[in-house]
Design a protein around this ligand. Structure first.
Ligand code: FES
Length: 193
């Protein structure tokens, strides 16, 4: 069959059957097409019956339990370590935490304003904290090169600055007080141009 004959025949199909099929699929036209049996065209141009459409069942809303970012376990009684965050407004938050928790996770699990843009992979400086007491600062293991590189980019760097995601709570740090800087620097591509 030539292409020129094939096209008009296809159009005829659309007018006679295809249109009806389209209408019967339309939710709003269901009553108008109640008597028309839904059909579709198979590859070999024969009509094949289709199962009648059923309206979508009504679906209710569902809710999921909010997943707090980096939720941490509560420390067992008697095993708590204490840390105090001083937020940007100067408010103090004294928290009981477990050994091994890092400061970014602690802050975020208590809804304190610490961004942690890179998710704790030492690739930003938005988890910058300032250890208020030098004695505590000296008890934290030395920063790796990666952390030092990121600290160089931190806004308001001080002598006792660290990245929260790289500092884990230890027994030696029990009672530490850290301050959240008033601003953090969220790097953008334009910062490197
Ligand atoms: S969250 Fe990015 S360096 Fe700590």
């Amino acid at each position: 069959m030539s292409a020129s004959r094939h096209i008009p025949r296809s159009l005829a199909k659309l007018r006679n059957g295809g249109l009806r099929t389209i209408q019967s699929h339309g939710f709003h036209n269901r009553t108008l097409n109640a008597t028309a049996s839904p059909v579709a065209w198979s590859r070999n141009s024969t009509r094949v019956p289709m199962s009648p459409l059923t309206p979508p069942s009504s679906r209710g809303f569902s809710t999921t339990i909010p997943n707090r970012h980096k939720h941490l376990d509560e420390p067992k009684p008697g095993e708590e370590l204490w840390i105090t965050f001083i937020d940007k407004d100067g408010e103090q938050h004294k928290l009981a935490v477990c050994e091994g928790d890092n400061l970014l996770d602690i802050a975020q699990s208590h809804d304190l304003e610490m961004e942690g843009a890179c998710g704790g992979s030492c690739a930003c400086s938005t988890c910058h904290v300032i250890v208020t007491d030098e004695d505590y600062y000296d008890k934290i293991p030395e920063p790796e090169d990666d952390e030092n590189d990121m600290l160089d980019l931190a806004f308001g760097l001080t002598e006792t600055s660290r990245l929260g995601c790289q500092v884990k709570m230890t027994k030696e740090l029990d009672g530490v007080v850290v301050k959240l800087p008033t601003m953090t620097r969220n790097l953008q591509a334009s910062d490197f141009s």
